[in-house]
Design a protein around this ligand. Structure first.
Ligand code: MN
Ligand code: MN
Length: 318
């Protein structure tokens, strides 16, 4: 039995508790393929705060999503079972207890082979998710969409911030840099060598202007070649998308990618061995017409569609 959302023909979309796409709320790992988590922590933001309200905004507008992905040829909830686990009980202002809570909540899910889909929160939360994921799979490949590389050693003299998670992830052995790639970096920098520093750490980093030069097809080939068949954590900072399409975020950078390009890009990665996803840095107070939250909801929809396509292909082979 699949977990179908309530039919919008019988129950209006704006009724009832706001789970992601109105799929059931559950807190027990039972025969699930994916689990949605809100991680409403924004204390590690360096500029605007307020992404703690991101998960609620994404869930609210996700009532607009319907289960059929026509481009991918799947009904995401027909052969996948998913649940909305609600939110991790974060500790506002305190990052380490928050990391503990994230890890504690995700570990049983990850250990059961269920794919976690995290809704941020600022980008610091990804380190907590990666700790749980790497405990099961070992050092993972990371596919990171962002306008920032988030590999600073310290921000405000602090090691744990939304500008540092992918430096810490390497130090903690959570990520295999040689199979990881960062895409979309742009904007002014304090350190002109920042992109080179990421490469020196072992990451492949493709700034936005190089993506434009090489084109999307070459980019997709580069991602696939880099990752291979490693277990992949796809982490998506909404500021990868141009602020014209996604204004509701904490540290926007102009000169980014359109909503259409973004969705196309994610779909093109459907053959990777995904084990976890997140979408972070949605800040509803700066959003306009819920477009940023809707973008994030659609990104999650494409993640789930990939899982549906993969499961369908696996079952066809049986
Ligand atoms: Mn980021
Ligand atoms: Mn960013």
């Amino acid at each position: 039995m699949s977990n179908q959302p309530a039919s919008a023909l019988a129950s209006p979309r704006f009724c009832n508790t706001g789970t992601f796409m109105r799929i059931p709320h559950m807190t027990e790992a039972k025969d699930l393929d994916f689990a949605i988590f809100g991680i409403p922590f924004d204390t590690a933001s360096s500029y605007r705060s307020g992404s703690r309200f991101g998960p609620a905004a994404i869930r609210s507008i996700s009532a607009m999503m319907k289960p059929n992905n026509v481009i991918m040829g799947v009904n995401i909830l027909e052969n996948l079972r998913g649940a909305d686990y609600g939110d991790v009980n974060v500790t506002p202002g305190y990052i380490h207890p928050t990391y503990e809570a994230i890890e504690k909540e995700l570990q049983p899910i990850v250990d059961a082979g269920i794919i976690p889909i995290g809704l941020g929160g600022d980008h610091s939360i990804t380190l907590g998710e990666m700790r749980a994921v790497a405990k099961k799979y070992g050092p993972i490949a990371m596919v990171h969409f962002d306008s920032h590389s988030d590999i600073c050693d310290e921000v405000f003299g602090q090691k744990y911030n939304h500008g540092t998670p992918f430096r810490r992830a390497l130090e903690e052995g959570l990520v295999d840099a040689s199979h990881s790639i960062q895409i979309g970096m742009r904007g002014s920098l304090y350190d002109p060598n920042e992109h080179q520093i990421a490469r020196d750490l072992g990451y492949d980093l493709i700034p936005a202007h190089e993506v434009r030069k090489m084109g999307f097809e070459a980019l997709i080939e580069r991602i696939k070649a880099r990752v291979g068949d490693k277990p992949v954590f796809l982490t998506f900072d909404i500021d990868f998308v141009d602020p014209a399409y996604a204004p509701g975020t904490g540290t926007p950078e102009v000169g980014g990618f359109t909503s259409y390009e973004t969705l196309e890009l994610i779909r093109a990665l459907k053959d990777l061995n995904f084990v976890a996803f997140d979408v972070v840095e949605v800040l509803p107070a700066f959003d306009s017409g819920e477009i940023t939250a809707y973008m994030a909801a659609n990104i999650c929809f494409e993640f789930i569609s990939i899982l549906a396509v993969q499961k369908k292909e696996r079952e066809a082979k049986k």
